[in-house]
Design a protein around this ligand. Structure first.
Ligand code: HEM
Length: 188
């Protein structure tokens, strides 16, 4: 396997690839009859933010799955270095999810009041914060493992970090449940 393709640059390569779906989505959209120019601009902004948001959350889930695949007994050397890069990318993508998510609240078609008064939105925010808190321990351990050299990580530590990552997977799934609910006005 070409490891360089799995590192941070590959994530940004994937992000560049979103340009094609963006152009397709906008050109399909431009064929629709529109009310007026400002409505049209708001619709396009909403569409682009929704596409970007989905792209980022799928990337986040993929990076978390990659971490779970790498954190196994015998972890050392190049796989440990790769894990460190993936964990860094995970943090960066999580920040981008927050920025784009906030933009969706502010610039989305429903208006920010819709979300701030919706319980499912706040449930989603709490679940997302828990994912962030659960990720602190794995990040600290990965940094410590990388500092301590190339020796395989003890199995006990691997098991502990896998539990934290599984917790993240659980709460990420909960974020999706709340996201679908809030988009349909459940919890208003
Ligand atoms: C890992 C974290 C996140 C995941 C997995 C996620 C997932 C999703 C999904 C799947 C949808 C589409 C729901 C649907 O149309 O059925 C959505 C919509 C949305 N998300 Fe997120 N999201 C995350 C973080 C955030 C954050 C941090 C914010 C805001 C600060 C946010 C704000 C929104 C908004 C405003 C919508 C539009 C809902 C609508 O159509 O009314 N998201 N999210």
């Amino acid at each position: 396997m070409d490891r360089a393709k799995l590192g941070l640059p590959a994530v940004w390569q994937e992000m560049a690839a979103i340009g094609v779906p963006f152009v397709v989505a906008v050109s399909i959209y431009r064929r629709q009859p529109q009310a007026n120019e400002s409505q049209r601009t708001m619709d396009v902004v909403d569409l682009l933010l929704a596409i970007l948001h989905h792209f980022l959350v799928f990337t986040l889930a993929g990076l978390l799955a990659a971490e779970l695949a790498l954190v196994r007994p015998g972890l050392s050397g190049s796989n440990l270095a790769l894990l460190g890069r993936i964990d860094g990318a995970y943090g960066g993508v999580a920040m981008a999810v927050i920025v784009v998510g906030i933009c969706r609240v502010i610039f989305g078609l429903k208006g920010w009041e819709y979300y701030l008064s919706n319980h499912a939105f706040w449930g989603k925010m709490v679940a997302f914060v828990i994912v962030g808190l659960l990720s602190i321990r794995p990040t600290l351990r990965i940094l410590a493992w990388r500092r301590s050299g190339a020796a395989p990580v003890p199995d006990g530590e691997i098991a502990a970090v896998r539990s934290w990552i599984r917790g993240e997977v659980f709460f990420l799934a909960l974020v999706l449940v709340f996201a679908a609910a809030m988009a349909r006005g459940i919890g208003a």
